[in-house]
Design a protein around this ligand. Structure first.
Ligand code: ZN
Length: 882
């Protein structure tokens, strides 16, 4: 692995390459320990490149060169220098084009970083984004080098009957010594990060799709033998994605085959390699006995996401890695819209906002803050962040809000038309919308350039005499690392003026800002809007649908907020009002508790929760979301400083109990009602009923010490959603009880041979609140089934503990951090990318109360001073401490 620390890559240093590689022919002679890769590269000096004889410098990463030829003749040792990380040809041939043949030797079985060519459960597979191709052969490993690939794979037929690569299948045949080969050709020029190869012994489930213009496509999902029965949902989601992209964006698929391979060792969720998506099996395999409703929803979203990349990412790729959001933010936006169309739009949007606030806001408000399009990086792997993905998606959503839905689609069409087959920039993308709308989006462009969550404050006052509403709105963007002075943003705020009957009120005229189609466009620091012709005092429902990713504080009466939480005709607005009430209450309560005073348990809020639960007009999924109180992490984030997780947990638990005691009988009846269900279906409606049922189970269990009801639900569960939920209730509400111990033992026994399900067992235990959980987590880390080499298992235990267990991880004595630090260092020696990602759990350490802050800092300093840190981990640790 690379150890050259300190090199900083800068956006402004971008320069096209002097050389191009229009064609790449690869031959793989696969062997676990001695794989030979022969790369035949057609090299061309670019028009306008500097003088002939410009050195050709190829990227490598830990490579071993076997031989090097130009146009079939060996290259003399004087004409090149080679190291594991670089191959330089000092004076390439004067001819404009030549063929370079590079032969390298790899050991896939020993590749623990899971980048480049590696083995997962005996299957050869690759991961090349962002810079993994250079671990396979020396190459111009950058996304603006587009090449047409032909790949020949040779392997042992017995252990690897299946040979896959990108594009369309070609010739296959036998070879001596029990080996065989297959050739694949991908006619679409692509960057090296989209290269993929899979070889092994897998089962396949096939299907067929005919595109709108009549192209038949053979679909294949490849999984471990015996898992074929768990692919149906993924296949269905794939076909729905293909139809949706044709209908909503006019985009068709373009090859004869589309293959998906599920592997069990994968650093991320999935990868969009052209025609050969490789997935973390967690996001493919599902049936009612092994997957929860959340798993089904994730599978649908990620299958769609990777499929959508075929146009946004593959046909049009990124010029350089600074443009990562060009493919990721846009593709997340597309998968969000897909899921919203397949499910309930309001519920989907609320879930998205919760996720955005839970993951992106803390990033944007802490030491790791960076713009959606970063300007510099030391390690690009550390920029696959919530900011690039989720905020990147929000920015695309805002473009649609600003230009309007129809114009947005025209802009997308223009973008595809202009840049198909190219490596583009964010400027190219935004220009398409400027051109179709005639609008100047330069102020809007700051959303890509400035880090930090803007703060927006608002205050409304109504004059009955003038029938006028005056709305004062102000924006400010807080400083972030390396950006102390910020410019004013263009913030589109969707809104409604809610009348006494809950319906939106109109107005005669408005001045003070552009207001169009229910959206206020802030562009200045302060706007004073005057709405005229309003007969009665309205309540203000602002930032509906979370139209802009900002922190909003509206100066308003508690009674108005309660009104909106009950009556806002916009469901999102209604949820937002409730959420604000809950967060404010829980923050006050936590402060009281830390100060030795009583918890805050407002009766009106407790009553409201009961009324929402009972409101049949609301879909169960919405009610489930509303009744899921803000998490401890949510409360901590909104508090911002001097955080004491124990006080927060106490405040939350007491409110749950107050609600449960006030509505126990009703909740029991509703729980019984929601439990009536026909045969299992993963659809959104059925999942919503299960969600509500299981939230209610948690409330009911919070009422007392009797574990029997939850244990009965565990024993009687007929699907994994209910079983896992009941187990979590036992673990969280009845820790240490005989029923809990028995259920845990039963779950372990039932699923010990099913890694994805056993991950849930690790995860549920790691999330149990309280400082004692650390001991349980230590014991689980010594469990024979635990391994730091498998990213899913590692994330289930250590990732859950550090990111979803505030009271355990942030133990006041620092023992949580000590355990965490030891694991991180062990992981870093194998898999730096995963170690660095885990380490981001410490990013909000400065918000903790002083005692915890001090021990957290010590833990970070200890990591910083450890020997042999990877570039990845060092980058995260140093930025976190800076
Ligand atoms: Zn993506």
């Amino acid at each position: 692995m690379r150890s050259d620390t300190g090199q900083v890559f800068k956006l402004e240093d971008y320069r096209p390459c002097d050389y191009l590689i229009p064609e790449t022919d690869l031959t793989f002679r696969l062997d676990p320990d001695r794989t030979i890769v022969v790369a035949q590269l057609s090299i061309e000096r670019r028009d306008g490149a500097r003088a002939a004889k410009t050195p050709l410098v190829l990227d490598g990463d830990g490579l071993e060169l076997v031989s090097l030829e130009i146009d079939g003749a060996p290259v003399s040792g004087d004409d090149y220098t080679v190291s594991p990380d670089r191959l330089s040809l000092h004076a390439p041939p004067a001819a404009r084009s030549f063929t370079l043949t590079v032969t390298t030797r790899l050991a896939p079985a020993g590749n623990e970083a899971l980048m480049g060519l590696y083995r997962s459960n005996g299957v050869y597979c690759t991961q090349c984004e962002a810079e993994g191709f250079r671990r396979i052969t020396y190459f111009l490993d950058r996304p603006d080098i587009l090449s047409v690939y032909t790949v020949r794979i040779e392997a042992d037929r017995g252990s690897a009957p299946l040979l896959l690569s990108n594009g369309n299948p070609g010739e296959t045949g036998p070879l001596p010594d029990g080996r065989h080969f297959a050739v694949w050709h991908d006619p679409f020029p692509k960057p090296s990060y989209l290269f993929a190869l899979v070889a092994g012994d897998l089962a396949v489930v096939k299907d067929r799709f005919v595109t709108r213009s009549g192209r038949p496509v053979e679909l294949g999902i490849y999984v471990e033998h015996g898992k074929q029965g768990r692919t149906a949902y993924a296949m269905d989601a794939l076909k729905r994605s293909m139809i949706w992209d044709e209908t909503v964006f006019g985009r068709e698929y373009d090859l004869d085959v589309f293959n998906i391979v599920a592997v069990s060792d994968f650093n991320m969720g999935a990868m969009e390699n052209k025609g050969l998506n490789i997935f973390n099996d967690k996001y493919v395999l599902a049936d009612e006995d092994t997957a929860t409703d959340a798993d089904f929803a994730n599978i649908e979203a990620i299958i769609a996401h990777e499929y959508f990349h075929n146009w946004t990412g593959n046909r049009i790729t990124c010029r350089d890695w600074f443009q990562l959001c060009l493919k990721e933010g846009l593709t997340v936006y597309r998968d969000h819209e897909f899921s919203a169309d397949q499910r309930s739009r309001a519920v989907k949007r609320i879930a998205e906002v919760r996720l955005l606030k839970g993951h992106q806001f803390p990033e944007d408000q802490g030491p790791l803050a960076h713009p959606v399009r970063p300007r510099r990086y030391r390690e690009i792997n550390n920029f696959y962040t919530a900011t690039v993905y989720e905020k990147g998606s929000e920015v695309v959503r805002m473009i649609r809000t600003v230009v309007g839905a129809e114009t947005f689609r025209q802009g997308m069409d223009l973008y595809f038309e202009r840049h198909d087959g190219e490596a583009a920039t964010v400027e190219d993308f935004v220009r398409a919308f400027e051109d179709v709308s005639g609008q100047d989006l330069s102020q809007f462009f700051l959303w890509y350039q400035q880090a930090g969550t803007p703060n927006v404050t608002a205050k409304a006052s109504y004059s009955a005499a003038d029938k006028e509403l005056v709305l004062e709105i102000e924006q400010s963007v807080p400083p972030t690392p390396g950006e102390s002075r910020k410019r004013l943003m263009h913030i589109p705020l969707a809104f409604g003026l809610v009348g006494p009957d809950g319906a939106d009120m109109g107005w005669d005229h408005v001045e003070g800002a552009t207001v169009k189609d229910g959206v206020i466009h802030l562009r200045k620091r302060k706007h004073r809007l005057r709405f005229g012709g309003i007969a009665k005092r309205p309540r203000l429902s602002l930032n509906r649908g979370f139209s802009a990713p900002v922190t909003l504080s509206v100066e308003e009466k508690r009674a108005d907020r309660l009104f909106l939480a009950r009556h806002d005709g916009d469901l999102y607005g209604r949820w937002q009002a409730l959420n604000t009430l809950l967060v404010d209450t829980l923050i006050r309560s936590a402060r009281h508790i830390r100060g030795g005073r009583d918890a805050v348990l407002p009766e009106d809020l407790v009553a409201l929760c009961g009324d929402i639960a009972a409101d049949d007009a609301l879909e169960p999924a919405y009610r489930a979301l509303a009744l899921t109180l803000p998490s401890e992490a949510d409360i901590a984030r909104e508090m911002g400083s001097n955080i004491d997780p124990d006080a927060i947990l106490a405040a939350r638990t007491l409110l749950v109990q107050a609600i449960a005691h006030a509505h126990g009988a009703d909740f029991e009846a509703l729980h019984a009602e929601m439990s009536q269900a026909g045969p299992f279906s993963p659809d959104a409606e059925s999942a919503g009923r299960r969600a509500l049922k299981n939230v209610l189970l948690d409330y009911l269990a919070a009422r007392g010490a009797d574990a029997a009801p939850a244990a009965q639900h565990y024993a009687g569960a007929t699907n994994m959603t209910d079983r896992a939920a009941a187990l979590a209730v036992l673990v969280n509400r009845h820790a240490g009880s005989a029923e809990t111990m028995q259920a845990l033992a039963d779950f372990e026994r039932s699923y010990r041979d099913d890694p994805l399900v056993l991950d849930k067992w690790f995860q549920i235990q790691a999330a149990a609140p309280g400082p004692e959980t650390l001991e349980a987590v230590r014991a689980l880390a010594a469990h024979p089934a635990f391994s730091v080499a498998n990213p899913n298992r590692l994330r289930a235990l250590v990732g859950t503990f550090s990111s979803a267990n505030q009271t355990g991880f942030h133990r006041a004595d620092g023992e949580g951090y000590r355990f965490f630090g030891d694991i991180i260092l062990a992981v870093d020696r194998k898999n730096p990318q995963v170690a660095a990602r885990l380490a981001t759990a410490l990013r909000s350490w400065r918000s903790l109360e002083p005692e915890r802050k001090a021990v957290a800092r010590e833990a970070l300093l200890r990591l910083a001073s450890a020997d042999g840190l990877s570039v990845d981990l060092r980058d995260i640790v140093e930025r976190t401490l800076a």
